[in-house]
Design a protein around this ligand. Structure first.
Ligand SMILES: C[S@@+](CC[C@H](N)C(=O)[O-])C[C@H]1O[C@@H](n2cnc3c(N)ncnc32)[C@H](O)[C@@H]1O
Length: 201
C-alpha cells in the first residue's frame, strides 16, 4: 500500500508534536554516521529532502546554504527553529517536483524519507536532475531486507502508516536505471538501517 501527498501531510500534522521525543536521541549516532565524510565546498548548496523537524540540520557539514524541503507545514515550522550548521532556506513542497534549476545543487541528503514518501524513486529521480555531476548523496533508511524477513516487513507495513512510513520498501529497485553509483553501503543498528552514499554520475 502507498499513500498520497495529502495522507503524508495529515499524518505528519500530528507526528510533528511527538517527533523529536521519538527520533532525536536514539537516532543521533545514525545521522552522524550517515553524514560522516560528506565533503562539501564552503559555498556548497545542500538539498535536504523531507527535512522534518530539522534534527539533521546541525549535523550537516558547514556549507553555503541548506535547501530544506518538506511536504508538511507542521514539521517544517519546527525545522525553522532547529539549530543548524549553516544558513537554511526552508520551503514547503514535494521532493519529486523541486523548484530548482538542473545541476544547481552540490549535495543531497535523504534521511528517513525514501520509505515515507509516496514514491521514493521519484525523489531520487528529481535529485538526479538538480544535482551537479559528481555530487554526493547521503541516504539513511530502514529498507526491507531480502529473503524471508521481507514477508514480515510486508505484514508490518500494513500498520506502519500510523507512523508515516513503509516497512517493505527495497532500495535497489528504487535506484535502478538512475544516474548514480553506489560508493558505500553500511548496515547500522543490527542491520535494521542502512547508510548509503551515492555519487551523481
Ligand atoms: C520520517 S520523517 C523524517 C524527517 C527527517 N528527515 C528525520 O530524519 O528526522 C519523513 C518526512 O518526510 C516528509 N516527506 C514525505 N514525503 C515527502 C515528499 N514527497 N516531499 C517532501 N517531503 C516529504 C514528511 O512530511 C516528513 O516530515
Amino acid at each position: 500500500m502507498s499513500w498520497t501527498l495529502r495522507d503524508i501531510r495529515r499524518t505528519y500534522r500530528w507526528m510533528a508534536w511527538p517527533y523529536d521525543r521519538l527520533f532525536r536521541r536514539g537516532y543521533q549516532g545514525l545521522r552522524q554516521e550517515s553524514l560522516k565524510g560528506l565533503s562539501l565546498r564552503p559555498d556548497a548548496t545542500v538539498l535536504l529532502v523531507g527535512v522534518g523537524t530539522g534534527l539533521d540540520l546541525r549535523f550537516v557539514p558547514p556549507a553555503g546554504l541548506i535547501l530544506a524541503v518538506d511536504l508538511s507545514p507542521a514539521m517544517l515550522r519546527r525545522a525553522a527553529q532547529a539549530p543548524a550548521s549553516s544558513a537554511v532556506d526552508a520551503l514547503i513542497g514535494d521532493g519529486a517536483r523541486l523548484p530548482f534549476p538542473d545541476a544547481s545543487v552540490s549535495a543531497a541528503i535523504f534521511h528517513l524519507v525514501l520509505c515515507s514518501a509516496p514514491d521514493g524513486r521519484a525523489l531520487l529521480q528529481e535529485a538526479a536532475r538538480v544535482l551537479e555531476p559528481g555530487a554526493p548523496v547521503a541516504i539513511l533508511d530502514h529498507f526491507a531486507p531480502r529473503g524471508p524477513m521481507r514477508k514480515w516487513r510486508r505484514l508490518a507495513s500494513r500498520y506502519s502508516w500510523v507512523l508515516g512510513t513503509h516497512l517493505d520498501r527495497r532500495f535497489e529497485p528504487m535506484l535502478q536505471g538512475l544516474p548514480f553509483e553506489v560508493q558505500n553501503d553500511k548496515s547500522l543498528a543490527g542491520g535494521y538501517y542502512r547508510a548509503i552514499r551515492l555519487r551523481r554520475r
